[in-house]
Design a protein around this ligand. Sequence first.
Ligand SMILES: CC(C)(COP(=O)([O-])OP(=O)([O-])OC[C@H]1O[C@@H](n2cnc3c(N)ncnc32)[C@H](O)[C@@H]1OP(=O)([O-])[O-])[C@@H](O)C(=O)NCCC(=O)NCCSC(=O)C[C@@](C)(O)CC(=O)[O-]
Ligand SMILES: NC(=O)C1=CN([C@@H]2O[C@H](COP(=O)(O)OP(=O)(O)OC[C@H]3O[C@@H](n4cnc5c(N)ncnc54)[C@H](OP(=O)(O)O)[C@@H]3O)[C@@H](O)[C@H]2O)C=CC1
Length: 424
Amino acid sequence: MTADFRHFYQKNWAERTAIVAQQAHLTPAEQALFKQYYLPQHHEIIENYLTDYPLPMGLAVNLVVDGVDHIVPMVTEEPSVIAAASNGAKIVKRAGGFTTVLNQREMIGQIVLEQLSDPAATAAVIEAHAAALLKVADAAHPSLKKRGGGARRLRTRVLGQGYLSIDLFVDVQAAMGANMLNSMLEAVAKSIGVMTKQDALLSILSNYATASLVKAICDIPVGLLQAGRYAGKLVAQKIASASTVAQLDPYRATTHNKGIMNGIDAVAIASGNDWRALESGAHAYAVKDGQYRGMSTWTSDGRMLHGELELPLPVGIVGGSIKINELAQLNQRILGIQTAGDLERIMVAIGLAQNLAALRALVTTGIQQGHMHLQLKSLAMAAGATPEELPVILQRLELASQQDLATTQQLIAELRQTKEETDD
Ligand SMILES: CC(C)(COP(=O)([O-])OP(=O)([O-])OC[C@H]1O[C@@H](n2cnc3c(N)ncnc32)[C@H](O)[C@@H]1OP(=O)([O-])[O-])[C@@H](O)C(=O)NCCC(=O)NCCSC(=O)C[C@@](C)(O)CC(=O)[O-]
Ligand SMILES: NC(=O)C1=CN([C@@H]2O[C@H](COP(=O)(O)OP(=O)(O)OC[C@H]3O[C@@H](n4cnc5c(N)ncnc54)[C@H](OP(=O)(O)O)[C@@H]3O)[C@@H](O)[C@H]2O)C=CC1
């Protein structure tokens, strides 16, 4: 029997959970999970709130950005992401760390007009009134100008088929700025409507944030890339080759970029940012020349491996859910950041560190060894191995026919027994 979901959003929490329990035939124990993860202060963040859905948060370490050492909170459910970010960061740290370039932080919003008989003529009228329209934009969010931000410029683009985009560039200061920009855009759209007798089709922020680019760069002596029996110079050449493949092949570029966003998304979530906005902008930027390519590039001259990653990463350290997310605020303290630009610099560096570690693993041992290594490491720790016992236990586990908790506990017991006998 399908429950009655009319005005579900107006029901209280108990009614909602009862309906879900009935609809999904939940046991009392299953239903108790809603209570276990329930946070009253999250009732109003989203609609039809049921409960929280905790995700693991860990710390990436060794990240040096523009000479400053950071520990980086990362929220992810995927094993080895944080290990990889730390691994890549550690290699780059030994080479002096990442440097970053951030030239401007402006968000772009657009107002689209349709069915124009002469879009260019309409564009000319709008351009002629640009200064007045910027004032309208600022009047829609006066506090931003007081903070030193505000509408900076306006651009028109004839899209074809009678459509015209009027783009507004806004310095949004410490915020990501979507909501602020949307209010400014709606005010400007009204003014344009009066000016041109054309009602806007739509007005909205653009996530293709090409006026909010940030770049990470690193130069690594090839000797630091040595991996087991693989000499550093060879590893550097293979990483450069893997980078070239990602430039040529969208199939490879997609996974190459997923690896980069593994790190960036994890920091976006930990800092309370809209990671969907970052994902769409980053992947759109990967097609900027018409073909979808790897977001980063790696080149080697035989002595050094040079890496670069430039992305639109418009994040905020205020606004959005940040204001009601105490962990996101705490994570800003852990990151040691003062501005949204600082956060962008760390995020783009984490993306490049992630990418370095992934490519180095792929072109040497393959990705699985690291994964298995991690799985066995966490298995040994779960079985109670001490850090001192870990190397021996890992060696024995890798040779063991079974790699489960009981086997591991047995190996640890045997190791301790042997040690006791040796000590006596
Ligand atoms: C997994 C490692 C790091 C092992 O690599 P390793 O060489 O065995 O690591 P290590 O034991 O030599 O340790 C080196 C450093 O790595 C870090 N590290 C090492 N182990 C841990 C751990 N347990 N927990 C936390 N950090 C760890 C840590 O910083 C450590 O330094 P230390 O602390 O010893 O001074 C390496 O194989 C690696 O980086 N692999 C890449 C893994 C990866 O990219 N995972 C993401 C998921 S796969 C994916 O979705 C992306 C991909 C691959 O598809 C992208 C693409 O295709 O391009
Ligand atoms: N396509 C997209 O990506 C879209 C995203 N969103 C959502 O929009 C949200 C982000 O929008 P955003 O406008 O940043 O969030 P808010 O609407 O929370 O606006 C940020 C607010 O922070 C306050 N503030 C305090 N200090 C500063 C400062 N130094 N600089 C700037 N603002 C400051 C301002 O409030 P005051 O001036 O009043 O004090 C400002 O209104 C995210 O939740 C995102 O998910 C929404 C629509 C579309």
